[in-house]
Design a protein around this ligand. Sequence first.
Ligand SMILES: Cc1ncc(COP(=O)(O)O)c(C=O)c1O
Length: 386
Amino acid sequence: MSYLIPTYARQPICFVRGQGSYLYTADGTAYLDALTGIAVCGLGHCHPAISAAIKEQADTLIHTSNLYQIDWQEKAGKILCQKAGMDKVFFANSGAEANECALKLARLYAHQQGKSRPKVIVMENAFHGRTLLTVTATANTKARAGFFTLDDDFIRVPFNDVQAVASLADDKDICAVLVEPIQGEGGLHTPADDYLEKLYHICQENDWLLMLDEVQTGNGRTGKYFAYQYSTIKPDVLTTAKGLGNGFPVGACLVAGRAKDLFGAGSHGSTYGGTPFGSRIVCAVYDNLTNDVLTNAVHESEFIRQSVRETFPQIDIRGRGMMMGFGLPDDVDCTHIVDIARDEFHLLINLTGGNVVRLLPALNISHQDTVILTKKLLALFTQIIK
Ligand SMILES: Cc1ncc(COP(=O)(O)O)c(C=O)c1O
């Protein structure tokens, strides 16, 4: 009997060790991890330089309090703001918390504008977290069911539909748009290249904050530090987590321009946000998240895509960089694909949106491991697509 509340339908396997792109079970069997803990261990498992920083910081100082100056938090803030092109940052502990922070900022912005019933535009298929406000912003009906979600605070429109957002311009209660540059959990949807630019202009015209959820797309996942950097715009608010700590729980809400000075002393907080320990890890992650690593992510992911494209033209290839989705034809039975990949090919993948095989490999995967991964993936598709 397990004492754990069964909020997850867990697979019958336990990993006891990780190194680079591999996870190992207790008997030493290696599994090629093409998921990296759902886009978390972007630099691979137990990256030596990050583990070394963790060990050193564990022996030096783990926690003080945000009552005091924290040098490592200042350093982490500087590097993150510089890489993200943002002005200031609040450190939290997860993606949901970072988004909760963003939504609070939007409400404060509305308050300053004299609005009494603030609403945020969110998208169909969006995923923003599991706190009450972020699960309300999330589209997934299963995640929301029974929680008396705060639906009056949001307006949901189709993703990648600029007109649907523009048509809300007359609604004086709206204060912000919250959107993922590429939707992850909701089925790996990539919008048109000019989607963010168009949203940006609508937000500018209406005095709405443009808030980008880069919890999954951030920290190099798509081949840029942040996915919005493929566009020419700059958001007012940007949230991130996942790859930011390479496995250590850290989240961040970054602000610029109109959103920069909304919070002051006492308006938001977190006991664990930005501890010396967590901040040191963010610094270690960014020390190792070099341009070479981003280039590697682009090259190796293109190798995988190209191989699939050549062999299975019927597969719908989605995403960008190391955020990859392979939409299998509707008549393919995907029910057991994750189990088959794991048990027969020792390949860890996941399925989203019913028939989209999702890969989120390490950004620094070696070419040798990319070739192995690709062989396993093609063999899996060959077996599944009869
Ligand atoms: C885009 C996006 N936002 C928010 C979250 C929530 O992050 P966390 O699970 O760290 O709270 C996720 C998690 O998958 C995500 O993909």
